[in-house]
Design a protein around this ligand. Structure first.
Ligand code: UTP
Length: 407
């Protein structure tokens, strides 16, 4: 794309400000900016104006498999899960492509050290949880790690420098997710430098297609992997490759599963697994009506009482079907550093723009069934989202200590 073509395109799209500093760039910078412009998928901006189709839908709760149900069949589930793991049926996908803007930590979130007297990095904890299952099953489990263009180098270097925390290097695979431009609240694409468009990761819902684009499907197919346990980077206590979870999904004949926790109160800010128009669906806390929040089931408990923890079990064959589907793109308000009209870098304290993201939770809707599998909240839910307060470094550290860790 040459300058004139870029100019015409941006004029038509009402985004001419992107060329504001073009003349100040050296030749390499000019070329790079033109390339970035030609790479922009402008169709994502349509999502800013898309009116949500108001469709009547029916949402009903799904009965969670509760702790006492699981306890009764723990041995049976565990041996089924371990059998599948030993057969090489399970692989893992760690979602580490987020930018962690709420935490505000400078670096990939997984490199955060929560130790006090010794190193205890988030990545290290997640690998160590997995190693427990590797040792128990006597089987190495493929461990895929999704990064983004900006944190890829730091993430891979970090793992290498820490010798993969004792994991078998041959079973660790990194892949990058795609990036999309961010805009201000008026829909203008932001610049992060005079010659660089603000790009942000395209959400955690595209992990399977990014994995495929990275050429990693060969490993999945060659090793005949049937299940993928996908999970977030920030929950430092979660059970990964949990044989009881996998065994419960298998034994009870569910298509997929999600680890859930009992909500602290009816309005806790977590999504709830339910059924919408006959398909599994996660209703976000802000979509939960007052009536639904307090609805009781036949056991006399809140019907929408189990929140998702971003730890899912998906079957590979169903994920394959998803590859040609267009996942819904969500418009999310976030803090996006940008350069202003004076060419100065601004690091906003409050959300100032939109990012466009697909969400892993939308994948649930493509599965016929999804098992809400309860885990003990205090033992498996310690997410680090914020620097202080709720779901923060402090709360996660306190839970680690409560679970016997010496920080
Ligand atoms: P969050 O929803 O917490 O988003 O991600 P985030 O970007 O990490 O953090 P904030 O909202 O800016 O503070 C949940 C999980 O999904 C991953 C994150 O790394 C985390 O494990 N994720 C999120 C991706 O892998 N890619 C993305 O584009 C977004």
């Amino acid at each position: 794309m040459n300058y004139n073509e870029a100019y015409e395109l941006l004029k038509a799209k009402n985004q001419l400000h992107i060329l504001r500093y073009y003349d100040e760039l050296d030749n390499e910078g000019k070329e790079s900016l033109l390339k970035q412009i030609s790479d922009i998928d402008f169709s994502i901006l349509d999502n800013l104006h898309a009116k949500e189709e108001k469709k009547e839908s029916t949402i009903v709760p799904i009965k969670a498999m509760m702790l006492e149900d699981i306890e009764k069949k723990r041995d049976e589930y565990k041996s089924a899960g371990l059998k599948a793991i030993k057969a090489g049926d399970l692989a893992l996908v760690l979602l580490a492509g987020g930018q962690g803007t709420r935490l505000g930590f400078d670096g990939p979130k997984g490199t955060l050290n929560v130790g006090e007297t010794k190193d205890m990095f988030i990545f290290q904890l997640l690998v160590e949880h997995t190693l427990d299952v590797v040792h128990e099953s006597g089987t190495w489990i493929h461990f895929f790690i999704m990064t983004n263009v900006k944190n890829h180098e730091q993430t891979t270097t970090f793992f290498r420098e820490h010798d993969y925390f004792g994991y078998n290097r041959d079973y660790i695979h990194f892949f990058r997710q795609e990036m999309v431009p961010s805009t201000d609240f008026d829909g203008k694409i932001l610049l992060e430098d005079k010659g660089r468009i603000c790009l942000s990761p395209n959400g955690n819902g595209g992990w399977f297609s990014s994995l495929e684009r990275a050429g990693l499907m060969d490993t999945i197919v060659k090793d005949n992997i049937k299940w993928i346990n996908v999970f977030s980077v920030d929950n430092v206590l979660q059970g990964i490759a949990d044989p009881v979870f996998l065994g419960a999904v298998l034994k009870e004949g569910y298509v997929s599963g999600g680890k859930v926790i009992k909500k602290a109160d009816p309005h806790e800010r977590v999504g709830v697994l339910c059924m919408k128009d006959g398909k599994p669906f996660i209703v976000e806390y802000y979509e939960l009506s007052e009536e639904m929040a307090y609805e009781k089931n036949e056991r006399g408990e809140y019907a929408y009482n189990y929140g998702v923890t971003l730890n899912y079990m998906f079957p590979v064959d169903k994920l394959m079907n998803l590859l040609d589907k267009k996942m819904p793109l969500h418009v999310v308000k976030k803090k996006v550093p940008y350069i202003n009209n004076e060419g100065e870098l601004v690091k906003p304290e409050e959300p100032n723009g939109y990012k466009f993201e697909t969400l892993a939770l939308d994948m649930i809707g493509y599965m016929e069934t999804c098992l809400p599998f309860e885990v003990v909240r205090e033992k498996e839910f310690a997410p680090i989202k914020n620097a202080t307060g709720v779901d923060s470094i402090e709360t996660a550290k306190a839970l680690l200590v409560k679970n016997g860790y010496t920080l």
